[in-house]
Design a protein around this ligand. Sequence first.
Ligand code: ZN
Length: 414
Amino acid sequence: MSNKLIVYMIDGVAAEHYRTEPGRFPHIASLERRGFRIENLHAEALGTSLPGRTSMLTGMTADMSGVYGNKIWDGTEFRYSSPDDIRVPTIPSRARAAGKTVASLNAAMIRQQDTDIMKAPWFIDGVFIQRARDVEPSPATASWLNVINAPKSDVFIQACEAAGIPADFPQMDKAQELQRAFFGLIADQMAADWVGALAASEHAPDLIWAEFLMTDFFQHNTGYKSEISHWIMSQADMAVGKILHYLREADQLDQWNIAVMSDHGHSAIETALHPQVIIPGVTVQCEGGSLLVAPKDASELEMVTEKLAEYGVEPYPNTCIPTEMQDQVYVFVAPPKISFENDNPDETEPTGHPKATSTHGLKPGMTGDDRFAIFAGPNVPQGCIPAANAVQVAPSFAKILDLPLDGFIAVPIF
Ligand SMILES: [Zn+2]
């Protein structure tokens, strides 16, 4: 029995998209046929990217892991969550503690010191973090700089040389959005080659964790199930196909467990609410259909609650916030098909057509945030279940890797 595992996270593939468009996912479907499918893997609250990844890594709810938003409150401002914000053990740290080897390829939220091979995600360029959708780059914190400055791995370089592929992302001009989009596409596909080449190599690590990110970008920018969104799904599926091809060619496919899933879903958005107009001057963080608010005091919180209520926005229990911050950060959720956007400081209207015509981070429990999830491999049974919870993913990884299951708050999916 092999305990090796590839985790391949494809950003923002909704359960509904996978279910209704099976022809777009032939390679993933081939995994499903010999593996295990969770039709609706519920999102972590909030259903945005870095909490979704952190949940997969830890098996903990956000109040325990500390990562409840793409940006979290540091007492002064909302800033990007980083790997060092995670307060609990992760699958990579548990694997290393058990003497296993770990590679993180183009994946966010994994600490450099929990890996043997670290290739930083393409959205960190050494100084700034700029995810494809960001209008302005944010300064990279020390934690992210630690990731980007990870030492080079001879094992990784040799695997790339043997496969005849570059061991680094290309140097490209990324000033314009179109250039960033192409860079993201190239980098995501390159990372899939890295996964395949490394997994098929002589000194493959026990755990390879990698991501395909641009699925999220194109859905935000072109809409749920737009032709371009369908196309990027095919791109992600082809990336999975490449990984499978490398393993087949090396006669290694039967040796690897493979988990392919998303961090959250996506669904269509019709209206954007502009907090910079509705509650000007209030410190907020837009997380799709959810809004994090750090009010100055109780009276500002009361004013925010009243103003947002005019647009059908409700307060939501802030149990996803770590206990010691629950009197500083509050959660509000928009009605269906409505999200929050505050990118434009010159905005004058309280509502408008959304820039992101598809998004996530909905009121917890809404099905649009549900994501697809497939497991296959020697340690995976065949089957299909209608639903599972976010906290069950990490213990499932632990079981496949033959790691101790103590400390998890949920049981494995199978
Ligand atoms: Zn995401």
